[in-house]
Design a binder for this molecule. Structure first.
Ligand code: ZN
Length: 599
């Protein structure tokens, strides 16, 4: 999503159901890839009937769940995200008790009337035809299985549910502020992910998502005048019956399914020469200036997609949809919901950001709740580069804003490590600066550490090896290590797992002797520019000893600096006029006042 945040729910609806009988077993060989990596698999089949008069819908869901883990599973959990939009929910209370709430949420949830709240009520649930007991606890359905699921086994869950679309508060909902009827994200009972770290049945408090990879087959029945866009591929023309149309979508190899619908949508398509069809859904009632912007956006979205294809890896699906909806911008499978009344720069910027999320978080499906900086930070990094590539006025450092944001955070006294769960930041602004800015600096600065070509190759290799999986934070660092043969664990540990800062300074310059000092705790290799009194300059490179290697450089490579030694001295060749540490400013030094010495 685009920066801004928040929150959710409680309200305990207890439902419970009797159990037992032996389910039949379907045993499949487990789907392991190399290095003993495994991930669970889901196949959803859903039939949804929407009533646009009261925004209530009925759903039937068949879920074939394959346990590729080496573990026996006794419980499963479903997310019931819409229950967040009820007074007293965790999202509601958190938003009313944090000191800097997301203005989109504020106290709005607490004021929702019964016909305005969101809910998903599960009416029935069976495992291989046998009833199981379950309980709705806020935004999570806790399910006690009638029969454990063995490693390699597939089971079928059949569920019936009733739901109500909330008035648009955050991301999803009805009648958003621009009048889009239905923004349907996080709208169905969604199985929580189980991986080698166990269950991730996070309550929906404010942020981000994690899901199980699989295939979706969804039939959406809605009044015939509604135009529907979203995840997946439409299977033929919608069928019609008594004033309603059924839109049948299939979406292979995704971990979520989102849609939006409005009777006033214009639907434009833009066919990329060697790529997917781009779809654009926006309201015909928009003012002319906005309609013009949505037309202009189409060819530029193709340019953005080409940029990401080239710099990360190829988009693997046959369509992508940019849809007016939601409450700002949020990324989904094969689609995004963005608000549409924007200046052209803003419309293009939000599209660049959300489209970039297709790579960072959708295809490289890191756990957004736990590792928010891997999706927001890497997305900020690559989308800033893409916007710069499309811009007529190129910036020398398209990430300079991210550096400023991170350095301000580091000096603010409220920084928490990037390993903080996205819901557990004390301040929304600290979350934002950490996830978006520091996360972006993580990749930009990796180029300073290992060299830009190595960093660019790392990103492409990381994508190739981890697409359609759930990479962990260290996977990109191991990728960089394999490409460079450097040791880089220190970079990950200090920058992501701690709030240690980078601060190097020039302690003294006497004659030709230059002494540097390490003031911050975080280690870094040092690029140094020396200007001699005769006006010539020379670049030096001081390798970090624990990195066990030197980046490719044209600078003069001098002795290693061992981290524990607080100072480092060497002699330049001629009388020195001035010295500067990291003139590129790609190292996130939190105090640059001591980086420059002039005689
Ligand atoms: Zn984002």
């Amino acid at each position: 999503m685009k920066r801004s945040i928040f929150s959710l729910f409680l309200l305990i609806i207890l439902v419970s159901c009797g159990a037992t009988e032996q389910p039949s077993k379907v045993v499949k060989t487990s789907n392991k890839t190399t290095n003993n990596y495994w991930q669970q698999h889901v196949d959803y089949t859903m039939e949804i009937d929407m009533d646009v008069n009261n925004y209530q819908y009925k759903g039937k869901q068949k879920l074939v769940y394959t346990n590729n883990s080496p573990d026996v599973i006794n419980h499963v959990y479903y997310h019931l995200f819409f229950n967040a939009f009820q007074p007293g929910s965790e999202m509601d209370v958190r938003s009313r008790t944090i000191s800097d709430p997301d203005p989109r949420v504020g106290d709005r949830i607490s004021k929702l009337q019964p016909n305005e709240i969101g809910y998903i009520k599960v009416n029935s649930l069976t495992q291989n035809g046998t009833s199981v007991s379950y309980e709705t606890v806020g935004t999570v359905l806790e399910v006690q299985l009638s029969q454990p699921i063995q490693p390699g086994e597939s089971v079928t869950f059949d569920m019936g549910f009733d739901a109500q679309v909330p008035v648009q508060i955050r991301r999803s909902g009805r009648n958003n502020k621009e009048g889009v009827a239905l923004s349907m994200s996080q709208w169905y009972p969604k199985l929580a992910e189980y991986d080698d770290e166990g269950w991730h049945a996070d309550p929906y408090i404010g942020r981000e998502f994690h899901g199980v990879w699989g295939d979706f087959d969804v039939k959406l029945t809605i009044d015939e005048d509604y135009i529907v866009g979203g995840t997946g591929y439409l299977q033929g023309e919608p069928t019609e019956k008594s004033g309603k149309k059924t839109h049948h979508f299939k979406a292979p190899k995704v971990h979520d399914f989102t849609w939006a619908a409005d009777p006033d949508y214009i639907h434009d398509t833009f066919q990329m020469p060697n790529g997917p069809t781009l779809n654009f859904y926006y309201k015909r009632t928009l003012d002319q200036q906005y309609l013009d912007n949505w037309k202009k956006l189409q060819a530029d979205t193709a340019l953005l997609m080409e940029f990401f294809n080239e710099h990360i890896g190829n988009y693997p699906y046959d369509q992508y949809s940019v849809i007016q909806g939601g409450d700002g911008g949020m990324e989904y499978a094969m689609s995004t919901l963005i608000t549409g009344k924007r200046s052209y720069g803003s419309l293009l910027g939000v599209t660049a950001h959300e489209l970039a999320h297709t790579w960072f978080q959708f295809l490289l499906a890191s756990n957004e709740s736990k590792h928010e900086w891997m999706d927001e930070g890497y997305t900020t990094y690559i989308s800033n580069l893409a916007m710069n590539a499309l811009s007529e006025n190129k910036k020398s450092n398209p990430l300079s804003g991210a550096y400023r944001g991170y350095i301000a955070l580091a000096n603010s006294g409220v920084e928490q490590p990037l390993t903080t769960h996205s819901d557990r930041y004390a301040f929304n602004r600290a979350y934002g600066a950490a996830a978006y800015s520091k996360g972006a600096v993580f990749l930009a600065q990796l180029g300073y550490v290992i060299g830009e070509e190595n960093r660019d190759k790392t990103i492409k290799t990381y994508f190739e090896n981890f697409k359609f999986k759930h990479p962990k934070p260290f996977d990109i660092i191991r990728t960089a290590e394999r490409i460079t043969d450097f040791e880089l664990d220190w970079y990950f540990i200090d920058f992501a797992q701690t709030t240690n800062t980078i601060d190097y300074g020039i302690a003294s310059v006497e004659g030709t002797s230059i002494t540097l000092e390490r003031i911050g705790l975080m280690p870094m290799p040092i690029d140094l520019t020396v200007t001699y009194t005769d006006g010539t300059t020379e670049d030096f490179y001081i390798p970090l000893q624990m990195m066990r290697g030197e980046k490719p450089t044209t600078a003069t490579i001098i002795n290693d600096w061992a981290w524990a030694i607080p100072t480092y001295s060497f002699n330049a060749k001629k009388a020195v006029k001035s010295v500067e540490i990291d003139s590129s400013q790609m190292m996130a030094d939190v105090d640059r006042t001591n980086n420059v010495f002039t005689k």
